[in-house]
Design a binder for this molecule. Structure first.
Ligand code: V47
Length: 389
């Protein structure tokens, strides 16, 4: 066995080898250890136990029918008020035209996350899902965060179950994991005061799972939360997953510090550090033993760090992310989309096996030999250009 420098990690190593669950205290030890090579090995061991070298990605279009929002989360650079410059608010036919203009052959997922619009009735969302399914047959709709479902239940004066059943009947295939932010009330009351509370977020996902709608879970980190609050967030997800088994992946979202009140208020302009990102992913991989996948979301990590993260427990890099806006409007210096070839290339050049999947992890294609190496220069040029702009 490789040398473990931190003696606190020896009992954890035995638990991981035996496939046993870590306690909250042991999770905290992982957050605090300085023995990072051992942490990386643990996370890699768990990823190998679960998926071998297989590493997943999806051909995905990001879509938001509106960025008008009344919630006012302080970390958000995406939201706009009515009439404000840069606001958009599409009718169903305009939304379909926009998706058609961005459509690419082989697209498998339309991922929707948007603003809490104060005026649109719930029927609008049902029409939008059915129109997307009719116009783009074969493409899966992964739509609306639990925060938006909570908003729909208020405007429709219906329960979460009624709202989700109606969306499912209209064609909803899965739900994204946004809106979770950090569950801790201390942080939530400062960064997402008017958003659904943690209990509501968890109840929406529980209901979705009971109805057979698979979902994801995110965590926004790198702002004012403590390490205990990050682990508490994961702990609540682990408990729900024990009950339902409906989560597909966990996605830590590194805070992007541009164009939002939280960054200005904190005077925080720097991004999370690479080691914080990697440690966080490794802890997630080990602690969330009942989650199939941990995503290394390249739009917040950068493609280069996302590639490195494949050694730190990550088994999914999300996807092509055509037209991602939420983190780009908040300062992400990454390209606005990567091709499938680039994704498969960076997975393969990290020594892993690229697997293209759909929104619910059906395998579309195992990318064998043909994937080229990571096109590093191209990505680097793009980042330099944005930094200069
Ligand atoms: O909940 C907003 C985050 C989320 C910032 O399910 C920010 O596969 C960083 O739902 N810095 C929405 N993050 C995005 C989302 C998502 C993303 C990736 C994968 C999946 C999935 C879902 O975006 C929000 C919020 O936490 N966000 N502003 C920011 N400044």
């Amino acid at each position: 066995m490789d040398h473990i420098r931190d003696p606190n990690l020896i009992p954890i190593s035995q638990k991981i080898a035996a496939g046993e669950r870590l306690s909250f205290q042991e999770g905290l030890l992982l957050y605090h250890t300085r023995d990072l090579p051992t942490l990386m090995r643990f996370a890699n061991q768990v990823r190998l136990q679960k998926h071998g070298d297989h590493t997943y990605f999806v051909h995905s279009l990001r879509f938001s029918q509106t960025n008008i929002c009344y919630v006012g989360c302080t970390f958000c650079a995406f939201q706009r008020k009515f009439g404000e410059e840069g606001a958009w608010d599409w009718e169903v036919d305009e939304a379909i035209d926009w998706v058609r203009s961005k459509y690419q052959p082989g697209l498998t997922e339309i991922h929707i996350s948007s603003g809490h619009h104060p005026k649109k009735p719930f029927d609008y969302y049902l029409e939008l899902v059915s129109a997307l399914k009719q116009n783009f047959p074969g493409v899966q709709v992964k739509a609306w965060t639990a925060a938006e479902i909570h908003h729909f239940s208020k405007i429709a004066k219906s329960s979460y179950r009624e709202v989700l059943s109606a969306l499912k009947d209209a064609g909803l295939d899965a739900m994204p994991g946004g809106g979770a932010e950090i569950f801790s009330e201390r942080v939530r009351s400062q960064v997402a005061r008017a958003k659904v509370k943690a209990e509501g977020w968890l109840e929406v996902h529980q209901t979705a799972h009971e109805l057979g709608i698979p979902t994801n879970a995110t965590m926004l980190y790198g702002h004012i939360e403590t390490l205990e609050e990050r682990l508490d967030h994961m702990d609540r997800l682990r408990k729900l997953q024990d009950q339902t088994g409906g989560f597909m992946s966990f996605i830590p979202l590194a805070f992007q510090p541009d164009g939002n009140k939280l960054a200005i208020g904190l005077g925080k302009r720097e991004f999370t550090t690479g080691l914080d990102d990697l440690r966080n992913l490794a802890v997630a991989r080990i602690y969330l033993d009942n989650f199939p996948h941990i995503k290394g979301y390249w739009a917040t990590l950068t493609p280069e760090l996302s590639q490195v993260s494949l050694d730190w427990g990550v088994t999914d890099v999300d996807g092509t992310l055509i037209e991602e806006r939420i983190v780009h409007m908040a300062g992400s210096p990454t390209p606005e989309g990567l091709s499938k070839e680039q994704l498969a290339g960076f997975i393969r050049s990290a020594g892993r096996i690229p697997v293209e999947r759909d929104a619910v992890y059906n395998v579309v294609k195992v990318w064998a030999e043909q994937a080229p190496a990571l096109q590093k220069e191209k990505v680097a040029v793009e980042i330099t250009r944005r930094a200069e702009a």
